[in-house]
Ligand binder design. Structure first.
Ligand code: GCB
Length: 698
């Protein structure tokens, strides 16, 4: 992944103009005396934190050294979850924690702390507006034990954060261990030299939620004069609440000193349609002198744990990469495209070094499928895909964007109940646990980075955008559910700088993964768009009869058909509608239908369905995704009543009338396209008039 160095160099140049390299504590102590408590100082300080964070230890190139495999227990690896209640404190003065070195002692000794759950956003946990709306830095800490047996076994000890939004710095027992920018993506570090074995240890995390024009997503800080002082306000144009905190699990885990650092898997299906191919490439981490003495064994197991292929046992020289042929492979199919969707094999990787007796075992799930696309069609295992799905959010009451296993399990049950086969991770990467479900249940994912509402194109922004894609691909490259990379949502793609910007981001993404098509979800008029020419597949968003022609449902059909056709004609690429919808207050009924009512949402959907059906006949139209799966929280604005209400489910995951309506369409489509039977509860009993009317065959 050498391209990262190029990108990170650009970051250095543009961040500081001097390619200044300096550790965070040093830099903060240099800057601190220069900061005066004037009107702009808070902004300057917060920006400084982000700036320091970016140029310090975890530059983009640093992040991408090595793999980011999900921590899994095995014969050779132990995993401890550090989830639970952590100590938490706001830093109203952004640099105070650095100046007073809060990371050198228990946070509770620096001032008063409150309990804060991890994983969770911190914003909605208390009744404090100053916590919910905080801009800048907060601190967390927690103590944990590292067993002495880990020292005796000679383990490497690692800590991994699956997502901290937006920027984070982590100290272990007062030592700066890692930093990371861009929420929604994991980062980890080997911390063996920082921990005390057989004793209590402390992890301290500083989290900064500040968004600037050079962060991804972008935001702006503004000064709000209040009495004799100035408050810093965070603004942003994207339409979801900027929840912050330690959003996903924190893992403490071990590897042997020589370990499987990464594995890249590409799968294919031979032209006979039944033989699966698994190409793998394993990377070893840790230090070892005699490469030849490291053996690498690769086994493939089916879902019942039976060995399918055991013969691939080779020495390092030819064992680190190779191809496994799977006769009569059980292919990975999307939900409702096959009686057994989401079939996952297990690739069992084993390293062993004879001299030291070290063994490492890592098990990587793998689904066998191929994707192909042309100007009109996207196929999986040779069959055309028609996407029936949603845009979604990671969002729920109280926990904000915090991972909640009960919630995500319910969400997948709803997705399957409704007969959907796909969704887009609008507008940022979702938790790995959410992606695991997609792999296992056959839900196709358009995997989006946090490039939402892009404007003010700059080299720093572009590099960060590339970082986010590189980190996302590093994390999700082996997932069969990921069928497209989405590099942006609603960028200002009419600006002339957009052309070069998107050309270079697409080229960059292709250099990491050529096996999946690249899309971006566009909303400028097709005749002014500069980005689509570089994409493989065009997604477009349009709120006909909502933001424009409000209340005029009769315009939808023609406008949607016309626009989809124009996108296809301009770029000669497959097209899907990535967003359409209407805000709806659950329980509001108005007949004849009227905006915000359940009736209006249902009718707006129906008009779109007519357009989609006409478009489906034209071949190039490959899918429909409603906005949104569920209601979600947004920034406070007069256009949102308690958040965005375009969900077909409420924020508590209860169906609006539109959910039942959409369910009928998605199942009928599945019946037409995949010949699946309708669910037994598809229709409620109404009357037994079967003798009097002709039965309609579904
Ligand atoms: C859009 C955005 C999405 C918004 C939606 C809306 O086009 O992509 O983030 O939430 O419109 O409801 O306005």
């Amino acid at each position: 992944m050498s391209k990262r160095n190029y990108a990170s160099k650009c970051s250095f140049i543009f961040l500081d103009n001097k390619t200044l390299m300096c550790s965070i504590p040093v830099l903060s102590s240099l800057l601190w005396p220069m900061m005066s408590p004037n009107k702009n100082s808070r902004i300057a300080l917060v920006m400084t934190f982000l700036w320091m964070n970016t140029i310090a230890s975890d530059t983009p190139a640093g992040n991408l050294q090595g793999g980011i495999l999900y921590p899994r227990e095995s014969e050779s690896r132990e995993v401890k979850l550090l989830d639970g209640i952590w100590n938490f404190r706001l830093s109203l003065d952004p640099l105070m924690g650095f100046k007073e070195k809060w990371f050198t002692k228990d946070l509770s000794k620096t001032g008063s702390v409150i309990p804060m759950p991890v994983p969770s956003s911190y914003n909605d946990i208390t009744m404090e507006r100053k916590i919910r709306d905080h801009v800048g830095i907060v601190w967390y800490d927690k103590t944990f034990f590292v067993p002495d047996s880990w020292r005796q076994f000679g383990y490497h000890v690692w800590m991994r954060f699956s997502s901290v939004h937006y920027a984070a710095q982590v100290w272990i027992n007062g030592h700066l261990a890692m930093s990371h920018e861009i929420g929604h993506l994991p980062f980890h570090r080997e911390i063996t030299s920082f921990v005390q074995f057989g004793k209590q240890n402390r992890v301290t995390v500083a989290v900064d939620n500040t968004l600037l024009q050079t962060t991804l997503p972008q935001g702006l800080l503004q000064d709000l004069p209040v009495e004799d002082t100035v408050e810093t306000i965070q603004t942003y144009t994207f339409d979801f609440f900027n929840y912050a905190g330690i959003h996903r699990s924190v893992h403490l885990y071990t590897t042997p000193t020589i370990y499987i650092d990464d594995v890249k898997i590409l799968t294919d299906v031979k032209t006979d349609g039944t033989t699966g191919l698994i190409h793998y490439n394993i990377t070893i981490g840790g230090s070892f002198s005699k490469e030849e003495s490291v053996m690498c064994f690769v086994d493939l197991l089916d879902q019942d744990g039976n060995f399918i292929v055991r013969k691939n046992r080779n020495s390092t020289l030819d064992g680190l990469s190779g191809t496994i042929e799977v006769p009569n492979a059980k292919l990975w199919w999307p939900y409702l495209m096959h009686p057994i969707p989401g079939y996952m094999y297990m690739l069992q990787l084993q390293l062993s070094q004879k001299d030291s007796g070290i063994n490492d075992v890592y098990r990587q799930p793998v689904g066998i499928r191929n994707l192909k696309w042309n100007a009109t069609t996207l196929t999986i295992n040779g069959k055309p895909i028609y996407l029936r799905g949603f845009g979604r959010h990671e969002d729920s009451d109280i926990r904000g964007k915090g991972l909640d296993l009960a919630l995500i399990t319910k969400d997948y049950n709803l997705i399957k109940w409704i007969g959907a086969n796909a969704y887009r991770t609008s507008h940022y990467p979702y938790a790995e646990e959410i992606m695991d479900f997609a792999d296992q249940q056959g839900i196709m994912i358009i995997n989006e980075c946090p490039g939402v509402d892009l404007v003010n194109y700059s080299i720093i922004l572009r590099n960060k955008h590339m970082d986010s894609m590189a980190e996302l691909i590093r994390r999700d490259k082996n997932r069969p559910s990921v069928i497209m990379w989405s590099i942006a949502n609603e960028p200002r793609s009419q600006l002339k700088e957009a052309a070069e910007y998107f050309r270079s981001v697409v080229e960059f993404v292709k250099s990491y993964d050529e096996t999946r098509p690249i899309t971006a979800v566009l909303n400028r008029a097709e005749n002014e768009d500069e980005a689509g020419q570089y994409l493989d597949i065009i997604g477009f968003n349009r709120y006909n009869s909502w933001y424009s022609n409000t209340g005029r449902l009769e315009v939808i059909r023609e406008k949607v058909e016309d626009e989809a056709y124009k996108w296809h004609t301009k770029y000669n690429k497959p097209v899907f509608m990535a967003e359409y919808g209407a805000d709806t207050i659950p329980g509001l009924h108005i007949n004849p239908s009227y905006v915000w009512s359940e009736e209006y949402q249902v009718e707006l959907l129906s008009e779109h369905f007519k357009a989609f059906d006409a478009l489906r006949k034209k071949q190039f139209f490959i899918g429909e995704m409603i906005w949104n799966f569920a209601d979600f929280n947004t920034a406070q604005t007069v256009t949102r009543v308690g958040g965005n209400k375009k969900g077909i489910f409420t924020r508590q995951r209860q169906p609006k009338a539109a959910a039942h309506h959409l369910r009928k369409r998605y199942w009928l489509l599945a019946t037409e396209l995949e010949k699946v039977p309708l669910p037994l509860d598809f229709e409620n009993y109404e009357a037994d008039v079967s003798e009097n009317i002709l039965k309609v065959e579904l």
